[in-house]
Design a protein around this ligand. Sequence first.
Ligand SMILES: NC(=O)c1ccc[n+]([C@@H]2O[C@H](COP(=O)([O-])OP(=O)(O)OC[C@H]3O[C@@H](n4cnc5c(N)ncnc54)[C@H](O)[C@@H]3O)[C@@H](O)[C@H]2O)c1
Length: 272
Amino acid sequence: MTKRLQDRIAIVVGAGSIGPGLGNGKAAAILYAREGAKVFAVDINADAVEETRQLIADEGNTCISHTADATDAKSVQGMVEACMTAFGRIDILHNNLGITEIGGPVDLPEARWDRLMDVNVKSMFLACKYVLPIMEAQGAGVVTNISSISAERYAGFPSVVYNTAKGAVKQFTQNVAMEYARKGIRANCVQPGLVDTPLVHTFKDAYPGDWDEVVRHRHAMAPMGRMGTGWDIAKAAVFLASDDAAYITGVSLPVDGGLSGIFTTPTEMPGS
Ligand SMILES: NC(=O)c1ccc[n+]([C@@H]2O[C@H](COP(=O)([O-])OP(=O)(O)OC[C@H]3O[C@@H](n4cnc5c(N)ncnc54)[C@H](O)[C@@H]3O)[C@@H](O)[C@H]2O)c1
């Protein structure tokens, strides 16, 4: 490990995993720590974020876990204050939150539209609202937001609010990047393709068909012949947070095994 993030302070919002195994946020928190960062891991689920903290501590690295609701302004303010009290600065803000909803505008209930937009977009707005002034005062900082290749095009089944939200994350990130480009702050998106995370497998019980077939199909869809892993997404985030990406801001980086480079046929599969 080259310790590309030695002694940097990284807040990871959504650092737990929704189920057993390794999600994108958990992997990012672990990898930031392996690269030398001190991690402030945040999640609404106290047990999930404690598990991440323990994994990082078991590797001899530094992590503080914190419970907060990233859709609530007071809670986010408290999260940022707690990080500043603990570490005194914030170098990296990693906004990982994202839930999914299947459906088009007619069948999707209004309350579920609102909830998804709050979790997937407002959480990133609130975190930036309270972290950017700190980064501006430091004259340095990096924001990395997790979008999706669904920000770019239809995924083959109706998921109107998810795709809309991921497009919003992309545009939000670009606005932050442009506004803060001369203030030492960079902001970029990672756009995962199909990733084999616990989040995807939450659809298993509701899926009427053969779930193993769905998983095989998801692997086969990517030109590289496999779904990504949380590590694939985390490695891209580490790169964007590091000085190797010092001249990169405002980009949306697909990490998708080539998926965004090909035509795909419509599919019933959830979870992209
Ligand atoms: N898996 C894929 O195929 C895929 C594809 C494209 C994009 N993505 C994106 O990756 C991200 C998900 O990554 P993951 O694997 O870490 O997901 P995950 O669901 O396993 O982890 C997200 C964490 O966020 C927490 N959380 C939810 N609501 C919260 C709130 N209000 N406040 C604080 N914490 C909250 C959850 O408790 C959970 O631990 C999302 O942005 C998703 O859209 C995933």
